[in-house]
Design a protein around this ligand. Structure first.
Ligand SMILES: NC(=O)c1ccc[n+]([C@@H]2O[C@H](COP(=O)([O-])OP(=O)(O)OC[C@H]3O[C@@H](n4cnc5c(N)ncnc54)[C@H](O)[C@@H]3O)[C@@H](O)[C@H]2O)c1
Length: 317
């Protein structure tokens, strides 16, 4: 099989690359490197099954001509930093929704019919009855990032219906592990590197969400892709339980040996305007497929992923 991975030089994408090459598939990465890096792929450049193309999904002509003879597209390229677009919705409209539209059109032009899409739990918006099942509705996201992801899901659905595409849509929890390019660990690391006397935390620290290890993301998505062949296959992909921001701050400072750093909480119950402060995902649908989680609990996934992420950020791995 030949996989085309948009955003394959980023955090999650580069793990997909490693996994698929190990499975002896052919992989083309298409990435503009705004957040990702060739370093994340360095061990693969010698592999004859691997090809890297520096390109933007907003450059339709290049995207279209790069996608030749591909079987499946894994579409990850997006603005992955949800906070960045809270003051600039256009980032999501362009990079998220328009970008996905380009990916789907390029697929149509090249007669490629299968897409794996990396959506997010934030499409659900703020839900009272937790945990959230996949059939929850109506969906009213509260961030521009979530709104764009939902629009992308809707576009994919229409392509499936009109052009006989098949899709695998995953609504991820928060993902942790080595090579992270954004998110809470990345943010904390950057802050204490600048000033180790204080750690500024967005929100009151009571925000609590499930965390999933990047290895589970990649393995589960591949497992579901191989075993579920409906027109639209959609799943929550998270862990059981949750980890609070207070706990993350404490564990982070402990692992960094920063016992004297003062934690300062800034803001109210949300970390930023589009932040869903309490998330719980129902993972029964994915469990019923027979997928066996590498780590099924949020706290455990988080701790391992955090330690690996910090070692990577320090350049130790
Ligand atoms: N990390 C998480 O917790 C999480 C949770 C839910 C969903 N997701 C989704 O998973 C996907 C991957 O996220 P990630 O955490 O690996 O982020 P990332 O930023 O590390 O990876 C995204 C990659 O896409 C590339 N990219 C961005 N815009 C592009 C464009 N216009 N053209 C070509 N390449 C472009 C970046 O350079 C980067 O390498 C994203 O779609 C993100 O929204 C991530």
């Amino acid at each position: 099989m030949k996989f085309f991975i948009t955003g394959g030089a980023g955090f999650i994408g580069s793990h997909f690359v490693d996994y698929l090459l190990k499975k002896k598939h052919k992989v083309i990465v298409y990435d503009n490197l705004i957040l990702g890096s060739k370093k994340n792929l360095s061990k693969n450049f010698q592999n004859k099954n691997f090809k890297f193309i520096k390109g933007d999904i907003l450059n339709f002509q290049k995207l279209k001509s790069s996608m030749k003879n591909v079987n499946v597209v894994i579409h990850l390229a997006a603005n992955s930093d949800i906070i960045k677009s809270s003051n600039n919705p256009i980032i999501e409209i362009k990079n998220g929704t328009m970008g996905t539209s380009n990916v789907l059109e390029a697929m149509r032009f090249n007669n490629i019919k299968e897409i794996i899409f990396t959506s997010s739990n934030v499409v659900y918006g703020e839900v009272e009855k937790l945990p959230i099942k996949e059939n929850y509705g109506p969906l009213f996201p509260i961030s521009f990032y979530g709104a764009s992801k939902l629009a992308c899901e809707a576009l994919i659905s229409a392509y499936c219906h009109n052009y006989k595409f098949k899709s695998w849509i995953f609504r991820f929890a928060n993902v942790v592990g080595p090579r992270t390019t954004h998110g809470i660990i990345f943010d904390f690391f950057r802050k204490v590197k600048k000033n180790k006397n204080k750690l500024l935390v967005l929100g009151d620290g009571n925000q609590s969400k499930p965390y999933i290890h990047v290895d589970d993301i990649v393995r589960a998505a591949y497992f579901i892709y191989c075993n579920k062949k409906k027109e639209i296959n959609f799943f929550n992909l998270g862990t059981d339980g949750f980890t609070s921001v207070k706990k993350i701050a404490k564990e982070f400072l402990k692992f960094m040996n920063l016992d004297d750093t003062k934690i300062i909480y800034k803001g109210g119950k949300r970390g930023w305007p589009g932040d869903v402060s309490k998330v719980r995902l129902d993972n029964n649908k994915i469990k019923k497929t027979g997928y066996k989680f590498y780590i099924s609990k949020s706290d455990k996934s988080f701790l391992l992923g955090m330690k690996q992420a910090i070692k990577h950020l320090k350049g130790l791995v």
